[in-house]
Design a protein around this ligand. Structure first.
Ligand SMILES: Cc1cc2nc3c(=O)[nH]c(=O)nc-3n(C[C@H](O)[C@H](O)[C@H](O)COP(=O)(O)OP(=O)(O)OC[C@H]3O[C@@H](n4cnc5c(N)ncnc54)[C@H](O)[C@@H]3O)c2cc1C
Length: 433
């Protein structure tokens, strides 16, 4: 079947790769590979410039990953200003200044509002849709690109870039050639491969001569030696301080919430610190994480309070006294680790035992043996080297007409809506350029 211009608007919102055979793709000015947030923003902004845009998406549905963001609520973006924002991006947030200058948090919020998505600002400057449904964000973006007559074809896996004399000429997908003088790669990273982002884009870029900074799982849970974390499985700790130790030296720290799992440690502060952990493990360093269960108290204050409680409740069993100090499920494990009989009464605790308690509260230490795989990593660190991309256009420095957008670029950020904003901003700029 030949795709006619009149059909484009109708087809644009539907994924229809298997029932439509597109013979003549010469009419498209731009091909976008990937219908995630970066690809959709790229397609919309290019189309708004009057260009005819085709999006090729390998999954049967657009934005699979967007749907699972923020546990299905989608942390859309963050309200920090550009200077603050780029401090949360690695390894080189400054690369994004130009993209953010064109399209930043206020622009995505405005676009979403226009298509009916009300938003709510939450703790940490995080914006969510007021409906708490990521699907609303995706359908707003799809409505927008539909209005702009973008054509999206799902079930089309791009397997080859057509490059002639250092210029892009199109792509090959499912054995068919699609021609265009501009191609925007927005294929995402390697994390959560079931959503479609499995690292294809790195191979495509590599075939065009690009260097790929080793892709590593980031914002990923970590695995610990021994069975302690397992015994505490399911327990969430709030207001604790976690510190990463690399070969005995402090590598980083964060304050907030974490959780014990059947394999080790997870939760917001662990995910943030995982970037340091993963890199150190890859360098074969010895990695430990210590948890300060009482970060608001220094050793002296902690000792004074312990003494006070052990005295005041001298006739109570220590496991009962500790109910004011630790979550109930942690007490037996804690007592086992400090080697104190939980039935011991407060007044029987020696100063040596008090010291062990103090040490463990300030320095609950885990040896780190590994990290979870890409399947459980929220984001991918590494990717297309930013040194080979023009930051003002997102165009390749090696192949003219080839552009990059989103997670596939060697940029990753902490949790807080930063990663999606990187996808929108780089996508928008690539489409505009
Ligand atoms: C569980 C989870 C929760 C998250 N929550 C948040 C959050 O709340 N806030 C936030 O800011 N970030 C969050 N992120 C990160 C965020 O989802 C990503 O940064 C973002 O989706 C990246 O957008 P992208 O368009 O670059 O890539 P993707 O969203 O991965 O889209 C890439 C698309 O390209 C397609 N594709 C890949 N290869 C090919 C090919 N060869 N041919 C055709 N198509 C191809 C894929 O199928 C996919 O649809 C979360 C991630 C995960 C995994």
């Amino acid at each position: 079947m030949r795709l006619l211009n009149n059909d484009l608007a109708f087809f644009s919102i539907h994924c229809y790769a298997e029932d439509i055979f597109v013979e003549d793709m010469k009419e498209f000015d731009v091909i976008v590979v990937g219908a995630g947030p970066a690809g959709l923003l790229a397609a919309g902004s290019a189309s708004a410039e009057g260009l005819k845009v085709l999006v090729l998406e390998k999954m049967r549905q657009e934005g699979r990953k967007l749907l699972i963001t923020g546990k299905g609520r989608c942390n859309i973006t963050n309200d920090s200003n550009v200077d603050e924002f780029i401090k949360h991006v690695y390894p080189n947030g400054r690369f994004l200044r130009s993209a953010f200058g064109h399209f930043f948090s206020s622009e995505i919020l405005e676009l979403l509002h226009k298509y009916g998505v009300e938003t709510t600002l939450e703790r940490g400057g995080r914006y969510f849709p007021s409906s708490n449904k990521s699907a609303d964000v995706l359908s707003a973006l799809l409505k927008w690109v539909k209005e702009l007559n973008v054509v999206i074809q799902c079930g089309q896996r791009v397997e080859k870039l057509l490059v002639e004399e250092k210029s892009i000429r199109g792509v090959q997908a499912n054995g068919l050639e699609y021609r265009a003088d501009k191609v925007i790669l927005a294929t995402g990273g390697k994390s959560y491969p079931a959503t479609g982002s499995n690292g294809d884009g790195y191979e495509l870029a590599r075939s065009a001569g690009h260097s790929i900074v080793l892709a590593r799982p980031a914002l990923v849970p970590i695995e610990t030696r021994g069975g302690i974390a397992q015994k505490l499985q399911g327990l969430t700790l709030k207001n604790v301080q976690a510190t990463v130790w690399v070969n005995g030296k402090k590598g980083g720290e964060d304050f907030g919430e974490m959780i014990f799992t059947h394999f080790g440690l997870s939760g917001p502060i662990i995910l943030t610190l995982s970037r340091i952990v993963v890199d150190a493990l890859h360098q074969k360093s010895k990695v430990e994480v210590s948890i300060d269960l009482k970060p608001a108290l220094d050793e002296q204050k902690l000792d004074a309070r312990l003494l006070r409680d052990l005295d005041s409740y001298g006739k109570k069993q220590i496991s009962n006294i500790f109910k004011d100090w630790l979550p109930a499920s942690m007490i037996p494990v804690f007592m086992e680790l400090v080697g104190i009989n939980p039935k011991k009464e407060g007044h029987q605790v020696s100063s040596k035992e008090r010291k062990s308690i103090r040490n463990l509260m300030k320095n609950f230490r885990f040896e780190i043996t590994g990290h979870r795989s890409f399947k459980e990593a929220i984001i991918t660190a590494g990717g297309i080297s930013t040194g080979e991309i023009f930051p003002k256009t997102m165009e390749s420095k090696l192949v003219s007409g080839l552009f990059f957008a989103g997670e596939m670029i060697d940029l990753d950020a902490e949790t807080g809506g930063y990663n999606l904003q990187i996808a929108y901003s780089t996508g928008w700029l690539a489409g505009k350029a």
